[in-house]
Write a protein that binds this ligand. Structure first.
Ligand SMILES: Cc1cc2nc3c(=O)[nH]c(=O)nc-3n(C[C@H](O)[C@H](O)[C@H](O)COP(=O)(O)O)c2cc1C
Length: 188
């Protein structure tokens, strides 16, 4: 797909389905992520790939981490268990925050966020669908620990990737003037 059209037309795909994402496709997604800008080359971003039956294990982690989960109805419990099954591939984007005199925490988070955006764009260019989700589970310490992460690591997103299984929205073209100001110096 032509690069500029891809960048100006990408949308998220909330409903995704199989088949699975091929190793070649995964390679492109991850290499795109690693081209995110990164102040001082700290390399704070890590990506966990979760596929197949491992998604069910993640569903169990989500359920156990849900406060008071035993008191939820069977239907609500199943909904939580099914969350990771919404796509054949989940990429958990993590920022492993490091102390650095010139690179504050926010810049490291932004770098991982840029990595996620590169994944979304690469997925779109491959003809795949993707959506960036967070929710309560992203900040839940039990989830962070169960994924093998350190307490200071930040889950920047659960990126769901698969084949598009819904009608995509066609957002209206936004007027640039609502968001962009051509700043000019004050005349003295
Ligand atoms: C940091 C971040 C977290 C998000 N978390 C969620 C989420 O948990 N659930 C959700 O439905 N959408 C979430 N979104 C929004 C979707 O990823 C998506 O941007 C939105 O549905 C708009 O679609 P679009 O990308 O086609 O404009 C999140 C977006 C960002 C940037």
């Amino acid at each position: 797909m032509e690069a500029l059209r891809m960048l100006t037309e990408r949308v998220s795909a909330p409903q995704l389905t199989g088949p699975g994402i091929t190793p070649q496709e995964q390679n492109i997604l991850l290499r795109s992520a690693l081209r995110a800008p990164d102040h001082a080359w700290l390399r704070p971003s890590r990506y966990l790939l979760i596929e197949g039956e491992n998604r069910r294990a993640l569903g169990e982690i989500f359920l156990q981490a849900t406060p008071d989960w035993q008191s939820l109805s069977a239907e609500k419990q199943q909904k939580v268990l099914n969350m990771p099954l919404r796509a054949p591939l989940l990429i958990v984007a993590v920022s492993c925050i490091q102390e650095h005199p010139k690179v504050p925490r926010d810049e490291q988070l932004l770098s991982t966020g840029a990595g996620v955006q590169n994944i979304l764009n690469a997925a779109w260019a491959l003809g795949l669908g993707a959506i960036w989700r967070t929710g309560d589970m992203a900040t839940n310490p039990q989830v962070i620990e169960a994924l093998g992460l350190a307490p200071q690591d930040v889950i920047v997103g659960f990126v769901y990737i698969g084949h598009i299984n819904c009608t995509l929205k066609q957002p209206p073209e936004l007027p640039l003037d609502d968001f962009v100001t051509r700043w000019k110096a004050k005349s003295s």
